[in-house]
Design a protein around this ligand. Structure first.
Ligand code: SF4
Length: 242
């Protein structure tokens, strides 16, 4: 029986896929995004060992809610593809029971997802942290290329995808960064929508609790105008933007 490291659970509406979502946060992430709101999910050892069967027992309790709202299960993190066997089995089990699934990933470990696994995913929430490779490295501490390769693979496999991009003033909002990403996303026919998300400071207190430096100290959340400019970069290329 495959065991995964699960950080926590949540219920959400509207942001993590269609309908009401039961959100499973896996523990462990290879990235270190400056704006990460959940640094407590970074270490795999901070999760609770949980079997796929235990996951499915919990998932089944929400079956009626999923049916009533057109919702389902969203696996996020952390980074779900850090535990590909566990994530793949949960996706398989949900798909076998006709439960809609979404996989929220940075794509950095996209090579760990098999085509079979991706066939069980109803929707990929692909977080592309930046377009400019140097900015991507500054934001995440890792390289951009694997994420772009994964995005192109999802397009080849025609997997429904929502792209998510976090706007941080002074970090990710340079016009070449936003417009370059918009140009790229516009080439992907499987992308159904783009979420331009405002950087927020909700996670700042967790850094203090964990004894970690908060590197965006003093950075303001984006204004409505800054958000509108970024959203327009995507919308003007024919993409559906929220
Ligand atoms: S990929 Fe997600 S969980 Fe990992 S550091 Fe970035 S924002 Fe945090």
């Amino acid at each position: 029986m495959t065991i995964g490291s699960v950080h926590s659970w949540d219920l959400s509406i509207g942001v993590d896929g269609p309908g009401t979502r039961l959100v499973l946060f896996t523990a462990g992430c290879p990235l270190r995004c400056q704006y990460c709101a959940n640094p407590d999910t970074w270490q795999r050892r901070n999760g609770v060992e949980t079997s796929v069967e235990e996951v499915m027992t919990r998932v089944r309790r929400y079956r009626r809610l999923f049916d009533a709202t057109g919702g389902g299960v969203t696996i996020t993190g952390g980074e779900p593809l850090l535990q590909p066997a566990f994530t793949g089995e949960v996706l398989r089990a949900c798909a076998a029971e006709g439960i809609h699934t979404a996989l929220d990933t940075s794509g950095f470990l996209g090579a760990r997802a098999t085509d079979e696994m991706l066939a069980d995913v109803g929707l990929v929430l692909l977080d592309i942290k930046s377009w400019n490779p140097a900015t991507y490295r500054r934001v995440t501490g890792k390289e951009l290329v694997p994420t772009l390769a994964f995005a192109e693979r999802l397009a080849r496999l025609s997997r429904p995808t929502w792209v998510r991009f976090v706007l941080v003033p002074g970090l990710t909002d340079a016009p070449d960064n936003v417009e370059g990403l918009a140009d790229f996303v516009a080439t992907l026919p499987n992308v159904e929508r783009v979420d331009v998300l405002a950087y927020h400071r909700f996670g700042a207190a967790k850094y203090a609790e964990l004894g970690l430096p908060y590197r965006l100290e003093g950075v303001a959340e984006p204004t409505d105008e800054q958000l509108a400019t970024a959203r327009n970069a995507f919308a003007s290329r024919g993409l559906v933007v929220t």
